[in-house]
Design a protein around this ligand. Structure first.
Ligand code: GTP
Length: 244
């Protein structure tokens, strides 16, 4: 859902380049996170809580907003962009994903899958969404975390949080049970650990990219040929001079 209240409290960070800015202190490294899940599970509430520390319970349907914030992780300032997405639905046993959602997932360095413990259908979407993320990032271990939201509503729960944990483990994802409405620290912790994971991946994958870009280009054979001919001509001239 989209936040009705003005988001002017959130400082929109100017779009940094997606390149890693090693050696440049001007631009913090960028981490892009997409938040996906069924409708009404609390995706917008989660993003807003992370960004502003506040829980705002009044939203209108999400049109897919992008929010930004800078956080310091291990002494480094990082620019975090969080993409809120419209709720996903199941259509004839498969995900009903539109191109907008697919673009967000492809764009992201990490994905947060949210379900609500009060909505069994949102839990059922979990494996399908995970599969979809892997499909859109083939050969790339994009970190995915699973968040079970609305932990404050235990009296109306439809999913045992334990089941969420088991499924997340099976999928190889970190799992967090949170109440966006009641607890900021758990929300921050989930994003913080995810950012750390992405940051580590970016740092370890970059030297390889940089090395390949630093492979020296082969010297032009013409240039070498010219040098050789020049040397030959020079030594012939020296011979001629000494023989005179
Ligand atoms: N009790 C409780 N309510 C919550 C919690 N998180 C979100 N909500 C409420 O759940 C409703 C849906 O929250 P949203 O953040 O709009 O959900 P969404 O996933 O963005 O929904 P869509 O935009 O339809 O995809 C709102 O009324 C929120 O106030 C929570 O932790 N506890």
């Amino acid at each position: 859902m989209r936040l009705i209240q003005s988001m002017c409290t959130i400082a929109e960070y100017p779009q940094p380049s997606s390149d890693l800015s090693y050696g440049s202190s001007a631009r913090p490294r960028l981490i892009k996170i997409a938040v996906v899940g069924a409708s009404g599970v609390g995706k917008t509430a989660l993003v807003v809580r992370f960004l502003t520390k506040r829980f705002i319970g009044d939203y209108e349907r999400n049109a897919g907003n992008l929010y930004s914030r800078q956080i310091e992780i291990d002494g480094e300032m990082l620019a975090i962009q969080v993409q809120d997405t419209p709720g996903v639905q199941i259509h004839e046993h498969s995900l009903d994903c539109n191109e907008q959602l697919n673009r967000c997932i492809r764009w992201a360095d990490a994905v947060v899958i949210v379900f609500s413990i009060t909505d069994y259908k949102s839990y059922e979407l979990l494996s399908l969404l995970h599969q979809h993320v892997r499909h859109l990032h083939p050969g790339n271990r994009v970190p995915v975390v699973v968040i079970a939201n609305k932990a404050d509503l235990l009296h109306v729960k439809e999913v045992e949080p334990q089941h969420g944990l088991q499924l997340a483990n099976m999928l190889g994802c970190n799992f967090y049970e949170v109440s966006v409405s009641e607890n900021y620290n758990d929300v921050f912790n989930a994003f913080h650990i995810l950012c750390k994971e992405v940051s580590k991946q970016q740092i370890t994958s970059t030297p390889e990219k940089r090395r390949t870009s630093l492979i020296p280009r082969p010297k032009s054979p013409n240039m070498q040929d010219l040098k050789r001919r020049f040397k030959q001509a020079l030594s012939a001239k020296v011979r001629t001079v000494t023989s005179v």
